[in-house]
Write a protein that binds this ligand. Structure first.
Ligand SMILES: [Ca+2]
Ligand SMILES: [Ca+2]
Ligand SMILES: [Zn+2]
Length: 210
């Protein structure tokens, strides 16, 4: 999570923009599929969503399919389909003692799951499209990157520009634990924090420690 910058939306709202990256550091792909509804007319437009589990990182056999109580939505500004509720961003103000207090947060953030960047290993890229026809996902070793300049990649600064001080930005993937990551510790290691300073209204160096 990097590339912090202040910006103002066209309606004048002050926001903090940043790039967010979600890395699959596990053993299996995370995959979501929204099979096309049958031909008959559906009254509801909500898509039934499944998570597919495989027995290998690449080209494995599907070992399970579970219903996900989340949604696939069309993101008009991005022009493709997103898994809703994939991330959450929180802005905290930190005191001298290193104690931080929540001062702002994003609504739940939707994402298209794709293999954006290879972080580790050498698996082939499996997920590249954000359409309904094919599953979305992240292959082990890949990260899904949402750049700072995309719509909704921000936290709104409710009270306008941030006062000088110490702050922290926390990003959490799968905040509602809708996705099965293998249980235990794997479900709990989804948050990353970046600390930064504001001095004379300017953003200081972003860093991993307070
Ligand atoms: Ca989870
Ligand atoms: Ca995890
Ligand atoms: Zn998108």
């Amino acid at each position: 999570m990097v590339e912090l910058r202040f910006a103002q939306l066209v309606d004048g709202t002050h926001v903090l923009r940043f790039t967010n990256e979600v890395w699959n550091a596990g053993d299996g792909p995370i995959e979501l599929e929204a099979p096309s509804p049958k031909k008959r007319k559906k009254r509801r437009r909500d898509k039934v969503l499944y998570q597919n589990l495989y027995d290998a990182p690449v080209d494995g056999r599907r070992s399970a399919r579970r219903r996900v109580h989340g949604r696939i939505i069309f993101h008009a500004d991005h022009g493709h389909y997103h898994f809703a509720d994939f991330a959450k961003y929180e802005l905290l103000e930190c005191g001298a003692a290193g104690d931080c207090e929540l001062i702002g947060e994003s609504p739940k953030v939707s994402f298209c799951l794709v293999d954006s960047e290879l972080v580790e290993g050498s698996h082939p890229r499996q997920y590249t499209v954000c359409e309904l026809k094919e599953p979305q996902g992240i292959t082990p070793g890949y990260s899904d990157v949402y750049a700072w300049n995309l719509p909704d990649q921000w936290v709104v600064l409710q009270d306008g520009p941030l006062a000088d001080g110490e702050y922290a930005l926390r990003s959490t993937a799968d905040p509602g634990n809708l996705l099965n990551e293998g249980g235990g510790e794997r479900e709990l290691n989804n948050a990353a924090v970046v600390y930064f300073t504001v001095e004379s209204g300017q953003l200081g160096n972003a860093r991993d420690t307070p």
